[in-house]
Design a protein around this ligand. Structure first.
Ligand SMILES: [Zn+2]
Length: 275
């Protein structure tokens, strides 16, 4: 009798364990399915993010008023240790704060703007962590990060994701996780072609992320003239696409956009593009 009782109890607990395993498998299966579906980018809406690197004064002087005028959002990636940038015109903390107060996003572009793959592990950690800490100490809400020179590798990406929800990236696919593909815009960029891409993103529910540097009347290679920038804003407005910061698009695009991880990213190898 006792033996039968033990056997029955054993049977019950085995059944219970099996049920847990089945439920867990279903749960994991659903997550993988959502993630895999997202890999092909079937978002439920489209979004356009203008992002600006390097804390340039022209961002405050020229970009900020133009975006604000149209009710567009944007993300500004800033460097926090300026010792190597003394010869450049950069935005002040107060100017950056005014932009945040007006709905714009301030993200980290590291402390000193170095190539991540050339740094010791400890230095890299400092570049990732300290830049965020200093920004937060100054009252900024920091979710996003971009690598200087788009320079990183697999391990560095893992490390960056420990500190930031959104990492702007240079893959030609949108993983739907924390990594987001972006496209550079320079003085040589064909604005009409870019306008077609914006219209296409709007039509196909894509999230298009553009990377810009200086916006001024005397554009160097990495910059864009104010005239071309205005043209770009015109066609963004005409397309009807939502123009938001990275955080804004992330929040807006729905549950796919807010997934903080991606199984698929394990299968994608990062590459280095030097700029
Ligand atoms: Zn940069």
């Amino acid at each position: 009798m006792v033996e039968r009782g033990i056997k029955q109890n054993l049977k019950k607990s085995m059944l219970f364990v099996s049920m847990i395993i089945v439920l867990l498998s279903i749960f994991l299966g659903v997550i993988v399915f959502i993630d895999a579906t997202n890999f092909d980018n079937p978002r439920n809406d489209s979004c356009l993010s203008f992002t600006f690197d390097d804390r340039l004064e022209s961002h405050y002087d020229n970009v900020y008023p133009l975006l604000k005028e149209r009710n567009f959002g944007g993300t500004f990636f800033v460097i926090m240790n300026l010792t190597q940038f003394e010869d450049r015109d950069l935005m002040s903390i107060e100017e950056m704060m005014e932009m945040q107060d007006n709905g714009f996003e301030i993200g980290s572009h590291t402390l000193t703007h170095q190539k991540s793959t050339e740094l010791e592990a400890k230095e890299l950690e400092k570049e990732l962590k300290e830049s965020k800490r200093i920004l937060e100490e100054n009252g900024f809400v920091v979710d996003s990060f971009s690598f200087p020179y788009r320079n990183y590798d697999d391990d560095i990406l893992e490390q960056a994701n420990m500190h930031y929800n959104i990492v702007r990236d240079n893959y030609n696919i949108d993983t739907g996780g924390f990594l987001h593909n972006s496209e550079g815009v320079f003085s040589t960029t064909n604005i009409d072609e870019l306008c077609e891409k914006i219209a296409d993103a709007q039509k196909k529910n894509k999230w298009l992320i553009l990377v810009l540097h200086g916006i001024n009347n005397n554009p160097g290679y990495w910059d864009l003239s104010i005239e071309d920038f205005n043209k770009l804003l015109d066609c963004a407005e005409d397309s009807g696409i939502k123009v938001k910061s990275l955080r804004g698009c992330e929040e807006d695009i729905g549950m796919f956009g807010t997934l903080k991880f991606s199984f698929m990213k394990k299968f994608i190898k990062p590459k280095e593009i030097g700029f």
